[in-house]
Each structure stands twice: as structure tokens, then as C-alpha cells.
Design a protein around this ligand. Sequence first.
Ligand SMILES: CCCCCCC[C@H](O)CC(=O)SCCNC(=O)CCNC(=O)[C@H](O)C(C)(C)COP(=O)([O-])OP(=O)([O-])OC[C@H]1O[C@@H](n2cnc3c(N)ncnc32)[C@H](O)[C@@H]1OP(=O)([O-])[O-]
Ligand SMILES: NC(=O)c1ccc[n+]([C@@H]2O[C@H](COP(=O)([O-])OP(=O)(O)OC[C@H]3O[C@@H](n4cnc5c(N)ncnc54)[C@H](O)[C@@H]3O)[C@@H](O)[C@H]2O)c1
Length: 724
Amino acid sequence: VLNYASVHPPVHLLRYTVVQDISAVVRALEQGVKKADVDPAVKAVVICGTNGTFSAGADIRGFSSIQAGDRPSLASVIDLIERSEKPVVAAIEGMALGGALEVALGCHYRVAHAQAWVGLPEVTLGLLPGAGGTQRLPRLIGVPAALDLITTGKHVLAAEALKLGIIDEIMEENTIDAAIHLANKVSGQPLNSRRLSLKQVQSLPNMDAILSEALVKVKKQARGCLSPEMCVQAVKASVQLPFTEGIRKERELFNLLLSSGQAKALQYVFFAQRAAQKWTTSSGASWKTASAQPIRKVAVIGLGTMGRGIVTSLVKAKMSVVALEQDQKQLEVGARAVTSLLEREASKMPWIGQRPDACDPALLQFTLDFSVLQDADLVIEAVFEDMALKKEIFHKLSAICKPGSFLCTNTSALDIDEIASATSRPHQVIGTHFFSPAHVMKLVEIIHGRHTSPITIATAMGLAKTIGKIGVVVGNCFGFVGNRMMAPYAEQAVFLLEEGCKPKEVDQALEGFGFNLGPFRMLDLAGLDVGWRSRKGQGLTGPKLAPGTPARLRGRRRYSPLPDLLCENGRYGQKTGRGWYQYEKPGARIANPDPWLHNFLIRYRDAHHIKARFIDEEEILERCLYTLINEGFQILDDGIASDPEDIDVIYIYGYGWPKHRGGPMFYASTIGLPRILAKLQKYSEAHPDIPRMQPSAFLKKLVFLGNPPLKEWMSHAGHQSSKL
Ligand SMILES: CCCCCCC[C@H](O)CC(=O)SCCNC(=O)CCNC(=O)[C@H](O)C(C)(C)COP(=O)([O-])OP(=O)([O-])OC[C@H]1O[C@@H](n2cnc3c(N)ncnc32)[C@H](O)[C@@H]1OP(=O)([O-])[O-]
Ligand SMILES: NC(=O)c1ccc[n+]([C@@H]2O[C@H](COP(=O)([O-])OP(=O)(O)OC[C@H]3O[C@@H](n4cnc5c(N)ncnc54)[C@H](O)[C@@H]3O)[C@@H](O)[C@H]2O)c1
């Protein structure tokens, strides 16, 4: 942990390794600094890490054992460092994150390697920098810059840290030697001006406005997450209170966050995201047995909503891309759309000037000619959601593409095995389900068919990582994990309209819960015609529907024809300017309640003899969320997802589930499975014609087993029909 090595007398070198037992690091730092302080042979101290890394901060797993009210002893050691009569220099290699940057801020000087980066990411873990960071950083770099770093948790490279004033010197090499040199140079000089706790925060004429605007901004973006707001409160304390009182306030806010439950959820997500990268199949394949093949050239077929976003993501990651369309007109429209997306992405990257190759259009070729795809290492198909068309394309690809190339489909729900059956290489066929907008959304569901080889899975996962996405391996069934769980959720939302709600009431309840968009705003954005086409394909509506089928029943299941009726009226959502809401013009984004729709709902209820009733927020949330969670339990039992963490990662990064609630399965564990079961039982008794409300056998089993913790759920799953 800490290696107190006096290798460069008279400078003491305190080397410590991070992400270990924080109290051991803290104790060792304390002893080291105290020893150096009383040792007359020591004139200065340098603190550095081992193996080229200063530190990634406190061990996140250790937070669960900290009780609210515990004294963060790291803070007192940082005080000790700052009070030292001998200059202490931080030598930052690799990274200094969280508590590590706070240690560096307690040092009198900071030297960093040019490739090092620093940041205070605590906010992303539901916390705030709890060891003086919120009080020292504003004193060092001013309130606006400190607010930016502390409320976003972003990391900055050494050059930017130097510009901001966090770092005193940057070195291309020999950072530790440079720190020792600096320590020797400043030895004997007065230190008070270097002690941040003694500095005043630089006053600004518009300080009140800066703080209140920051508060408004973070509240708006946080969707109920507390930590960004508490970060602003802590920085505000640095402006309004003397240092020691500010530290007290920081500790009070830290303890409040620690006990809020949100910190636990966000830390769970941190590990869940990493766990999802470690896929394993039921046959035992994993990263240990299969490695990703190198992918240099990717082809994308179809430049519609999804294809253009996928192409943009690939080009941003500097991959060579061929984009193919079905006719010249579509090719031109698609090419224009991709160019404009790439331009927008480039303008968001201020470092573009230093990296002229980023988003290089020379990496991109547009074509109508399938034979150009011959040497692609991997192909992603993103044409219409139509099985016959997809099979035709895969058959063609199988004949044209070189033997080693991988064939991926971006289907939202269709059977991967059936698509693969159109090829002579089903082991190289896989689903890569991106989310809209594909150049923004982080998630890619990687769907493993019956014949998909481990190398194909590894390669698809590798590609996702290369382009900055989070791949999650799932099994093959209609809608996979995400869309399969979305179906009962969206279905409930529509049933609630039939029973008396307005779209805005349902959306407000779910947006209040923390979703980016409620179900109706989301459906309007995605396009109502997408689901309509799928329902027609399934024979739930349209020409394939048997004559005489009752309007609100399919078999013995309740069905709502409302979404079909909207489409029949040309209301496809934002794209047509009308959907569940009305928009100023087609393509406009601001959703306004539509009196036409409200009258339509009244007439619809009259026609079907439905008596509208008042439905409170609790019922809206429970019916939408608990049916979604119920499907999640079924998915786990079926083996379509290998564990609840995977489902949670899918929902957070693909569907805008509020991160501070940890994903649907984690949320279920915080509510308690007995309560979810009881509510589902109550609602399914009231609505016996909605099978998706009937509690899953797996949920019942877990309740019967005494509501075990989430980590133990999978040891009780059935898995007879594991698809992974
Ligand atoms: C006494 C109380 C005092 C309280 C006072 C407050 C102190 C302070 O304010 C709080 C903090 O410092 S908050 C902390 C602030 N710091 C942060 O928030 C930093 C969070 N970490 C990161 O951002 C990234 O992991 C890195 C950029 C460090 C590396 O990225 P990369 O190269 O892509 O690698 P990777 O795949 O990401 O990780 C590799 C492995 O390391 C694991 N692990 C990593 N960090 C961990 C941690 N802190 N902990 C535990 N484990 C951590 C990770 O799970 C994975 O494990 P696996 O078993 O192999 O799966
Ligand atoms: N839109 C979404 O939100 C979303 C999200 C995830 C997955 N998906 C899936 O992605 C796929 C594409 O969806 P989309 O929304 O981008 O559709 P889209 O209608 O916007 O685009 C499809 C494109 O494919 C092109 N195309 C059709 N036949 C072709 C052929 N034979 N050769 C070359 N190009 C051809 C069309 O010209 C069109 O540009 C579908 O399978 C869909 O289910 C869509």
C-alpha cells in the first residue's frame, strides 16, 4: 500500500498503490508524513504512486461499509500533509481521481506527466468529494471551473489541468525526478501561500448568479439524482463559509448522500457495467476462450435512422466504412445525413484542431454496389424490419463476402437463427442491436443465436468497445431483453389511456420517476409506424387479422387498438407533426397536448363503454414499472439474460432508465420482491385479461425463498431453456 522509501535524501518519497483498503492507505500516508516531519534529515516529501499510476481514488467497494457519520480520516491526513512544515509535492503519473486528487490538492505543489489526467468523479457515484475537494478546488481554480469539474465528474488531461491551475508543471518524462527536483528547489521557502485552506475563493461580482444558475442547471439535468445538487451546495459553502466550516458542511452533505440509497445504486451500476463486459455462454465460452478478430473495414447496409448513426459511430472511431443503400436517391439522402452528423460531432470535439484525422470523411465510401462489400471484415445490416428482406440480404452477403467476414443484423426483435439460416455461415451471424440515436446511445445488445460462435461474440463485443459503446450479450427471443421488457410497459401506458389517463399524465409520472422521456413522448420520437408495422406483421391488426376479431381482444388477451387507430389517421409521431401529442410542424420536437386526441379518447371510451376514472401517480408507476420488471424476471428464468446486472445495464444505457435508481432489477430489489409480487397479484386480479401482469414463476420463487439479495437470484433460476 504505502512504501515509505527514502531513496532520494533529503527528499522522502511516499509511494502508494491505489484501490486498496483505503484505511490502510490513509494510515500509511499519515505515518509517512509524520515520520518525514520529525526526521531532521528530510527536507521535503514527494508523494507518488506505483507502476506509473498515482491513484484512481478510494475503493468504491469500501463505501458500503462506511457508516454515515464516520469521520473521513482521509481528510485529516490531507490536512496533515498541508500543514507539514516541509514542502510536499505530488508527482502525478497515469491518473489522480477522486480522493487521490484531493490528496494532491493537500500537497503544496503538483507535477504531472503529460499523459496523466485528473478529476473528481464522485458525483457519478452518487457522492461528492468528501476529503476537502469541494473546498480546496474552488480556492485553487475559481468557482466556475471547480463547479464544472465537481458537478460533472469529468476527467481532464494534464495540459488542461495546467491551464486551469490544478497542476504546476507538466513533464514529458521522469515525472518523479522532476517532482524531487522541484521539492529540493522549494525546500526552505515559505509555504503559506501554497496551503489552499488558507486561501480565499476568488470573489466574482456575479457569484450569486453563478451559483444559482449552476443549481438550476444541475437540477434540470439530474432528473432526481441528488449528488450534482449537493456538489453545488458544497462549492457554495466554500464561497460563503470559512474553510473549517466549509469542510464541516462538505462532510454533512457527504454523509447525507452516503445514506441516500442513490450512492449505492450508482456504485452498483459502476460494477454492473464492468461485469457485463465479462460475458460467458452456457457452453463455457468467454474472453478466456475466444478473442476478438481484428476489424478494419466495416460495411453498413441501409442508411435510414439507424444506419446513419451506426456509420457515424464507426467513422468517429476512425474505422474504414462502406455504406450501401438500395437506390441513388436514398444513397444521397443517407450520405447527406451522415455528413451532417459527422460535422455536428466534430464541432462537439474542441480538440478536433489537434486531431485533424478525427471524423475523417476519407474513411467513408458510399455505394449501391454489393460487390464492394466483398473484403469487409464485418457487415452490419440496418434495412427495414422485414424478415423476408433481411433473409434476402443475408443470403446475398453470404455469397459475396469473404469467408472470414462477420454478418451482423440490427434487427429490433426478429429471430437471429432464422436470419442466419439464409447464409452458409450461421456461426458468423450475430445480432448487434443499436439504440436510436445510434451515434449517441451507448448500448449495443449483442444477440447470440443458436449457432453463433464464441469468436463472433468476442468480435462483436470488441467492436462495441472500439466504438465507445457498451456491449451486453443476450439470448435470442422476440425483442431480446430490452424490447421484450418494453412491450408490457408500453402496453400498460396505453391501457391507462383507455381507463382515463391523458398521455401527459402518464409521461409526467414516469419522467418524475427519472426517465428522460415518458412512454408517449418516446413513442412519438421513435415513430408510431414502427410498432404498427410490427403488429401488422404479427397479424394483430391489418389485413392478416381474422374478420370478426373483437376490437379490444386478441384471443383472450386484452388488446388496445388505440395505437393502430392513430396510425390509420396518419399520426406517426414527431415525423408527421402529430402522434400522442401535436407538434408545431413535422420534425419539431416540442410535444404539446392535442385537443383532437383528448376528444378522440372520449369518443373511443364511449364507443367501447369504458367509464373513465381518475388514476393516481402510484398506480401509473406501479403498473408500468412492475410489469416491465416482471418480464425481467421471466427473462432471467428463461436464460435470455445471464444476470440482473445485464438487464440493468441495458435499461440504463439503452432506454434512459434513471441511473441513480440502479436499473429495473436493482430497483426491484430496493422495493422488495414481496411488495412487487403483492402489487402484481392485486393488479392481475383486477385485470385477468392481461397475462403480462401475472407474476412470473421466478419472482414467486424468490419471494418464497425469502427475498434473497440480488447477487443470489441467479443461483435459483431455472435455465432449462438457456439461450446464452
Ligand atoms: C474513509 C472514507 C473517506 C471518504 C472520503 C472520500 C474520498 C473520495 O472523495 C472518494 C473517492 O475517491 S471515490 C472514487 C473515485 N474514483 C473513481 O471513481 C474511479 C473509478 N474508476 C474508473 O474510472 C476506471 O476504472 C479507471 C479510469 C480507473 C480505469 O479504467 P479502465 O482501465 O477502463 O479499467 P476498468 O475496467 O474501469 O477497471 C479495472 C478494474 O478496477 C476496478 N476499479 C476501478 N476503479 C475502482 C475503484 N475506485 N474502486 C474499486 N474498484 C475499482 C474495476 O471495477 C475493474 O475491476 P474488475 O474486477 O477487473 O472488473
Ligand atoms: N428506428 C429505431 O429506433 C430502431 C432502433 C433499433 C433497431 N432498429 C432496427 O434497425 C433496422 C433499420 O431501422 P431504421 O429505423 O433505420 O429504418 P429506416 O426505415 O429509417 O431505414 C431503413 C433503410 O434501409 C434501406 N434499405 C431498404 N432495403 C434496402 C436494400 N435492399 N439494400 C440497401 N438498403 C436498403 C432503406 O432505403 C432505408 O434507408 C430495422 O431492423 C429496425 O427494426 C430501429
